[in-house]
Structure formats: structure tokens, C-alpha cells
Design a protein around this ligand. Structure first.
Ligand SMILES: Cc1cc2nc3c(=O)[nH]c(=O)nc-3n(C[C@H](O)[C@H](O)[C@H](O)COP(=O)(O)OP(=O)(O)OC[C@H]3O[C@@H](n4cnc5c(N)ncnc54)[C@H](O)[C@@H]3O)c2cc1C
Length: 363
């Protein structure tokens, strides 16, 4: 008998889970609060674990094609520069990681979901869920499903509706992003330790890259959009090295986001409803691994639902498989944010390396 699922959120976690379940024959509907095609932010890095999970759905090559394949991270600290060769997780001849524009990643995930028959209803959220799995939407309509997945991001409303308690923390940091032309010397990620902050360049295609900057010791305020380019250029002022060559290009479309983490402390599910992605566990962006966890969640959840015919047993098995890995990543990312806040950048490198080694283990 066909089983049905409603997924709240057409982000990375929701689209991946929808695709993985549609491949197994589930009838899937995603409800997304934003208009069709809306994504926030410039780009992101798909690390090895992201690519491995995407490859299991046949989607890694499409991301490599649309993005920029890389194998190295170079950390520049004053006159010293250390280049780390990252091990690949998807086999020889393929990159260790991919920088990609967010709209391009979403297009890959959305196209595959639609191809598999997933229905995506935009501009609708979940308003109420009852114990008989009657799901009321904000557009006044109602759905009935065997499973509900809350993939509605760090400020999840579904999590609140289910009464699941999460700790959401702001870490006194803002991350800045600006799109630039990819300089020819940026063939991998290049980071720079400034006197008080870190910055870097991530290629997202042969033509484009984004510059990122982490600002420490700052309140979670909102600045007018038109002030952002000047402020970002000012913050990059004390840096040395080639990143400063990119400052003149920072003229418009700068995004600035607070560094927040989230973790559901108790169970991730209630009855036949489960939380995944940032809604369950959001690490700091500096780890470049939140999307990896979100994608893995979708794949692992589908695997457990395939093994266990009973949904609640599958959800328990899913959480059992995921909790330790996701918690460790969130907690380590919080340690890294705290060290950065105290300008102890060098101490963050071994923590980051340890996390990436752990993430390289199977999900
Ligand atoms: C600045 C920054 C840089 C980052 N860089 C990286 C990186 O390089 N690599 C990496 O792996 N990770 C990175 N991350 C983390 C990564 O972006 C997240 O972990 C990932 O997007 C989580 O996916 P998600 O689907 O769980 O949540 P989201 O991407 O937040 O998607 C949630 C979706 O739910 C929708 N929604 C919200 N509320 C409702 C509702 N009530 N009903 C229905 N829909 C709703 C939203 O509109 C959205 O489409 C970064 C994060 C930030 C902030």
C-alpha cells in the first residue's frame, strides 16, 4: 500500500527527504511558506559527506556540473599558508567538495523531486497537527498523512506545534557574504586569519565566487541593506593578502546573517511526526556542514522507513542513528565560535579537522 508524507519546508532537508521517499514509492507533498523558487544567501560548500549523500540519490554529478569542484582548503595566517588536501568521499576523479550557488543547489533538488512526482505547494505553512495526523495548513486546507516531516529550518514552527523544546543560541557573531568574480588563484577554499576576524573566498562556479567574513563580538542587530557593502569593505580593511584585492568588487547584494545554533534536547519526534535538518540540529555556518547533516537526514530517514514497516519504530531508529553525530557537530561548532570570539583562531583548526574526520565516517 502506498504511504503518504507531508514535508514542511522546501529547503535542503525537506527536498532531499522528499526525493529519497518518492524514490521508495511514497506519495509526497511539500508545503513551503515562501513563494516558488525563493532562496536566501549566495552560496555554500557541499563537503564530502554532502556529496556522498547526494550521490546515493544520483545527484552529486549535477551539483558538480552546476558548481565548482574543489579538493583543497588553504589557511593563510599572516605570512604562513597551509594547504590541506581533503580526501574525496565519492571516488577517484571526482572532487572532495563543491562550491555552489544556493539557487543552483535548490534547482537540482527541486527538479529531481518534481521529476519523481513530489507535489510542492508554495505560500502555505502548517497551522495545526492533531494526534490523528490531520494537518491543517495556513491556506485553510487540510491533509491526512502517514508521516509528517518538519524541515522548516532553525526557527521551526512545526517544532513549536509539536511542543519539542530546542535550545537556540546566538553566538555574538555575524557572517557576511558578497558575490564576486572568481579570482583565478581561487581554485579551492582560501581562508584568511585577520587581526580579529576570519574571512575567505569560496568559488561557486568557474565565473563566480563569494567572499565571506565572520565578525566577532557583535549584537544581533539588523543593518539597512544599502550600508552593508561599505561596512563589509571596512571590516576587510585590516586584512592582508590577496583577499583585499576583491574589496572593490563588494558594491552591492551583501548578505549578513547571525551565527546561531539549535538543538532539540529531547526526542526529535512525536507520534508520527519527526524533525530533521536545521529544525532539529543547526551547527554554526563556519563548519560548512549544516547542509551535509540536512542531506544525510533525508537519506537516512528514508533508509530507516524502508527497513521498518512501522513508522514510529523507523523514527526511533532514525534518531538513534543520527543524534550523536549531529549533537557532536553542533557542540563543536559552538566551541569554535567561542574560540573565534576570543581571537584564538589557531585552536579552532584541530577542532574543525576532527569534525571533518568524524563526518567522513558513514552517516
Ligand atoms: C551564512 C550561512 C552559511 C552557510 N554555509 C554552509 C556551507 O557552506 N555548507 C553547509 O553544509 N552548510 C552551510 N550552512 C548551513 C545550511 O545552510 C543549513 O544547515 C541548511 O540550509 C539547512 O537546511 P534545512 O532545509 O534544514 O533548513 P532551511 O535551508 O532553513 O530550509 C527551511 C525551509 O523551510 C521553509 N519554512 C520555514 N518556516 C516554514 C513553515 N512554517 N512552513 C513551511 N515551510 C517553512 C523555509 O522557507 C525554507 O525553505 C550555512 C548557513 C548559513 C546561515
Amino acid at each position: 500500500m502506498t504511504r503518504s508524507v507531508v514535508v514542511a519546508g522546501a529547503g535542503i532537508a525537506g527536498l532531499t527527504a522528499a526525493t529519497a521517499l518518492a524514490r521508495q514509492g511514497w506519495t509526497v507533498e511539500i508545503v513551503e511558506i515562501r513563494p516558488e523558487g525563493a532562496t536566501a544567501g549566495w552560496g555554500l560548500t557541499l563537503t564530502g559527506p554532502s556529496l556522498r549523500a547526494l550521490d546515493s540519490l544520483g545527484l552529486a554529478d549535477a551539483c558538480v556540473e552546476r558548481g565548482y569542484g574543489m579538493t583543497t582548503i588553504t589557511n593563510v595566517d599572516g605570512a604562513a599558508a597551509e594547504t590541506i588536501d581533503l580526501p574525496g568521499l565519492i571516488g577517484p576523479g571526482r572532487p572532495s567538495m563543491v562550491g555552489i550557488a544556493r539557487p543552483d543547489l535548490h534547482a537540482v533538488l527541486r527538479d529531481e523531486a518534481l521529476r519523481l512526482g513530489v507535489r510542492i505547494t508554495c505560500q502555505a505553512g502548517v497551522a495545526a497537527i492533531d494526534s490523528r495526523m490531520s494537518i491543517k495548513l495556513t491556506d485553510g486546507t487540510t491533509r491526512h498523512a502517514d508521516l509528517m516531516i518538519g524541515a522548516d529550518g532553525i526557527r521551526s514552527h512545526v517544532r513549536d506545534l509539536l511542543g519539542l523544546q530546542a535550545t537556540v543560541r546566538y553566538h555574538g557573531q555575524m557572517v557576511w557574504r558578497a558575490r564576486v568574480r572568481r579570482p583565478t588563484w581561487a581554485t579551492g577554499i582560501v581562508t584568511y586569519a585577520g587581526p580579529a576576524m576570519t574571512a575567505g573566498v569560496v568559488p561557486i562556479s568557474h565565473r563566480d565566487a563569494y567572499v565571506f567574513l565572520t565578525e566577532n563580538g557583535v549584537a544581533a542587530t539588523v543593518l539597512p541593506d544599502n550600508e552593508l557593502p561599505t561596512r563589509m569593505r571596512d571590516l576587510l580593511g585590516p586584512f592582508t593578502g590577496r583577499i583585499t584585492d576583491l574589496c572593490p568588487q563588494i558594491q552591492e547584494s551583501v548578505v549578513r546573517r547571525p551565527v546561531r545554533t539549535a538543538l532539540i534536547e529531547g526526542p526529535w519526534s512525536q507520534g508520527r511526526c519527526v524533525m530533521i535538518g536545521d529544525a532539529a540540529h543547526a551547527p554554526c555556518p563556519q563548519m560548512a556542514s549544516g547542509a551535509a547533516l540536512a542531506i544525510e537526514d533525508g537519506v537516512v530517514l528514508a533508509e530507516e522507513l524502508d527497513i521498518h514497516s512501522d513508522v514510529t519504530s523507523a523514527l526511533a531508529a532514525f534518531e538513534n542513528r543520527r543524534r550523536e553525530r549531529c549533537t557532536a557537530l553542533v557542540k563543536t561548532s559552538e566551541e569554535i565560535a567561542a574560540l573565534e570570539g576570543r581571537q584564538r583562531h589557531r585552536e579552532t583548526y584541530p577542532l574543525t579537522a576532527k569534525c571533518h574526520s568524524r563526518m567522513a565516517l558513514p552517516a
